[in-house]
Design a binder for this molecule. Structure first.
Ligand code: NAD
Length: 268
């Protein structure tokens, strides 16, 4: 089989550069292009040069429609609105769409689900092996313990992050809710301020800290009477997300349409 041609959306972003390096370093795929927002100072520059791996002969463009006719997959860590636009174009072009973007609202989620009727979409708020394992463990622990154990999720990220709680915290909260057999919407608590009254039994809390250059820390706390379990993942290098995204694209090759998660890719 020929190498899978993969392009990077948001090619000049923090994750975009990491993704380009990961594709370049992986056998079985080739770095075939990059897209940036209209007006970006990086348009026309070689994506390999921007990522620090040397010239690969693929200039960053803002014309996704044209690029999508000549590639097999896109890795997309951009913004919710951009991802929805890419999902429509990728579905028309029948290419694999790996979505790492976070911060979606219900309308974005519905649009991505609609696009997945025609294309293979693999979407995860966190693409690392460790966090996906943590998600599976969280579900197991929540299944094993009843609501006498209060669940709180604490996350910390760098000062530039624009959405809260993190996509990973939401993944973990959904896993905890699924373990308990409840819908997260009915029990999620995202802010506490002033006279809140006592904690409601069964609530799942999420707290977000922001500062410095923290790549991503997540702790799921199960707090009971007289004992506490804490499950923690600490990401110290963005390459873990990029390697997961490349793995997802290769896994998606030749698969039929559908909306998949990293747990499918990793067989968890
Ligand atoms: P960033 O701001 O550094 O990069 C985003 C890039 O997207 C920028 O270069 C921006 O110009 C570009 N962009 C915006 N709109 C665009 C458009 N319409 N077309 C093309 N490019 C466009 O942000 P980042 O730290 O790289 O994070 C990006 C996203 O990835 C965030 O939602 C973040 O939460 C998420 N993220 C996910 C994971 C995961 O494993 N799923 C890991 C890290 C970050």
């Amino acid at each position: 089989m020929s190498d899978m041609k993969i392009a990077i959306m948001g090619a000049a972003g923090r994750m975009g550069r990491e993704l380009a390096r990961a594709v370049h370093a992986t056998s079985g795929c080739v770095l075939a292009g990059g897209v940036e927002r209209p007006g970006s100072a990086f348009l026309g520059q070689d994506i390999g040069e921007i990522a620090g791996v040397g010239n690969v002969g693929a200039a960053i463009t803002d014309d996704a429609l044209e690029l999508f006719t000549s590639i097999d997959a896109i890795l997309d860590f951009t913004t919710p609105d951009a991802t929805v636009a890419f999902a429509g174009l990728a579905a028309n072009a029948r290419i694999v769409h790996v979505v790492g973007t976070t911060g979606f609202g219900p309308d974005h989620e519905a649009a991505i689900e609609a696009a997945s009727r025609h294309a293979t979409i693999i979407k995860a708020g966190n693409m690392s092996l460790g966090v996906n394992l943590l998600t599976a463990l969280t579900r197991r622990v929540a299944e094993a313990l009843d609501a006498d154990f209060d669940i709180e999720i604490v996350e910390m990220h760098h000062r530039h992050k624009v959405d809260a709680p993190s996509g990973t915290a939401l993944m973990l909260a959904n896993a905890a809710a699924a373990g308990r057999g409840v819908e997260l919407d009915t029990c999620s608590v995202r802010t506490r301020d002033g006279h809140t009254g006592p904690r409601r039994r069964g609530d799942i809390g999420m707290q977000s800290l922001r500062g410095g250059s923290v790549v991503g820390d997540h702790t799921v706390i199960f707090a009971g009477d007289g004992e506490r379990i804490e499950l923690t993942h600490i990401a110290s290098d963005r390459s873990i997300f990029a390697r997961g995204a490349v793995k997802a694209a290769l896994w998606g090759r030749g698969r039929g349409p559908g909306l998949f998660a990293m747990s499918n890719v990793l067989g968890l």
